[in-house]
Design a protein. Sequence first.
Length: 424
Amino acid sequence: MAESILYFTELVGMPVLDVKGRRIGRVRDAALVPLVHPARIDRFLVGGGWAWLTIRYDQLASISLEGIRLKDEVLTPYHSDEYMLRIGRDLLDQQIIDVNGRKVVRVNDVTFEVRSINGGGNGNGANGSVRDCLWILEVDVGVRSILRRLLQGVLPPAWVRRLQRPIPPHSIRWEFCNIVEPDPQRRLRLNISHEKLEKIHPADLADIVEELGQAEREAIFESLDSEVAAEALSEVDPKLQASILESMEPEKAAEIVEEMSPDQAADVLNELEESASEEILDEMEVAPESEVRELLEFERDTAGGMMNTEYITLNEDARVEDALTALRGNEEQLESLNSLFLMDAQGRLTGAVPLARLFVATGATPLRQLAAGTLISATVNDPQDDVTELFDKYNLLALPVVDEDNRIAGVITADDIISVLRHK
């Protein structure tokens, strides 16, 4: 055909003509068989009276907006096939991930390319004939495709094409999509290499995950790197966090939870049934597991339940150069660190040094000279509301939490307070 592009909305209802030009039915759907070919339409389903018939791709002579002409009339009744992906039934209106747009979108239409090839079914040109095949080019998710759906069967395809010209296209190329087999729900998902998905900011990835169904969420988290999965899971609504972890094998869930900060891990495990939480804890490495178990002992609405056990302490006689050495040895904490904490010989909290002050002092400067004038702290059993009030009153970025002996047990950061307020 002169125009090599064809839309699924144009294909549906298209007349199918036999070798003599007589109409034998209209196209009702088209199907891929991904195990045979990932992009070429393998079967056309035709409604001919009371039964649907199947046309193989190698039975076509030509495809145009006027219809499909056959070169072979040996048609067979349609039978559902689990290996067949039908465009209308299984792809249209399904949700997919638009990586560039960082959102979940809905498939409104599909763009095909009509390719003319020589020869028989194997395309080797053996018999010298030329025939047309249909290849999936893109899935369409924008306003153009919505317009085509609305006007499908109302106006001639040529008119619809003219009307859509001023509207910018919005589509995702088929090679960026993949069918995950076996998949009884027949959902279209992002190619499971997930390279682009892992580059998305965790907050954006969390938004995407929250828009997907349970099966899709599970597939995403099962295939992500554990560290990326942990960052994204930390941004997801707490109820969904529990649902996602419960759907996984305990070993995989434990790998993800281990990558979370101890307070975040404790929060999400608190949302699970006790038996599910224990299964995950049993699969975790000893060090992170013990930290999380300690935090789980505190009530969630207390300072102990809010605090994080990732912090850096130094002796109150330490100097700036000692602090810089400690920071170099704890690079993984730098993104969330706001202060260093000083202790006396008995391990009691004596001061807090804002991190920024280290960079305006010489290496020999004693840390106690840089400590904040007033040491503000909370105890592990202080109510959540009291902790929030301290942050508001003193404009804190970090608040040390101490036990009954004034030994530091953890730290609450401004991010923790924001999360609490966001979920109220």
